[in-house]
Design a protein around this ligand. Structure first.
Ligand SMILES: *[C@@H]1O[C@H](CO)[C@@H](O)[C@H](O)[C@H]1NC(C)=O
Length: 189
C-alpha cells in the first residue's frame, strides 16, 4: 500500500469508526455495567441522598458504593457487608431488649431477634422505605425490587457504617433511626 493510499485508508477508517465510537460511548453511559464513576452520575447523586436520609456521612464513600452493589453486578459487592450488617442489627436488638428488661427470657429475646431478621416483614420494608431498589446496582437480568436484593443492600449499609467508623456503635443507633423513623424515600432515579 502506498503512503497516500494508506493515509486515505486511515481517514476512511476513522470516519467510519468515530460515529460508532459515539454510539458505543452513549450506550455505555446508560449501561448499568458502566463501572466508571463520574462525580455527576445518578448513582453518586443517589448515594448522596441516601446519606442524607440515614443522617450519616461516609468518610469513605466507596463503602456505601459497595453496599449498594449486588453480587450480580460486580466482583466488588455487598455480600460480606450484609452479613456484618445482619449481625449488627441482631446485636442492637439484643442490646436494646436487655437494656429495657434484663429479665427478658431467652425465648422472648430470640423471638425479637428473629422478628427483626425477617426478610419480608422487616428489612425489606425498611429498605423499600429508603428506596434502595432504585439505588442498588444489579445486573440487567436481576430484579432489584425483590426482598433478597433490597434486604442485602439494607443490611450492607450498617456493615459499611461499622467499617467506616471502625466500631459498631454508630451502626446500631442509625439502624434504630431508620427502622423506627419516618425516613423519606430516596429520589427516583
Ligand atoms: C420484581 O420483584 C417485585 C417484588 O418481588 C415484583 O413485584 C415485580 O413484579 C418484579 N418485577 C419484574 C419486572 O419481574
Amino acid at each position: 500500500m502506498h503512503f497516500r493510499e494508506f493515509v486515505s485508508f486511515v481517514f476512511l477508517a476513522f470516519a467510519i469508526y468515530s460515529p460508532f465510537q459515539v454510539l458505543v460511548q452513549a450506550h455505555s453511559t446508560n449501561s448499568r455495567y458502566d463501572h466508571t464513576f463520574e462525580p455527576s452520575s445518578p448513582f453518586l447523586a443517589a448515594l448522596k441522598t441516601l446519606q442524607e436520609q440515614i443522617d450519616y456521612k461516609f468518610e469513605s464513600i466507596s463503602l456505601l458504593r459497595r453496599a449498594m452493589t449486588h453480587p450480580s453486578y460486580s466482583e466488588e459487592n455487598n455480600r460480606a457487608l450484609s452479613v456484618l450488617g445482619a449481625s449488627l442489627i441482631e446485636t442492637s436488638v439484643a442490646l436494646r431488649s436487655l437494656g429495657k428488661d434484663i429479665d427478658i427470657s431467652a425465648k422472648d429475646l430470640n423471638r425479637q431477634i428473629s422478628e427483626i431478621s425477617k426478610v419480608e416483614s422487616s428489612c425489606f420494608i425498611d429498605g423499600m422505605r429508603l428506596g434502595l431498589e432504585k439505588v442498588v446496582r444489579v445486573s440487567p437480568k436481576t430484579n432489584s425490587s425483590t426482598p433478597a436484593v433490597v434486604c442485602g443492600a439494607f443490611r450492607a449499609i450498617f456493615g459499611a457504617i461499622a467499617i467506616d467508623v471502625g466500631k459498631s456503635d454508630d451502626a446500631g443507633g442509625i439502624f434504630w433511626t431508620v427502622h423506627g423513623g419516618d425516613v423519606g424515600r430516596a429520589l427516583a432515579l
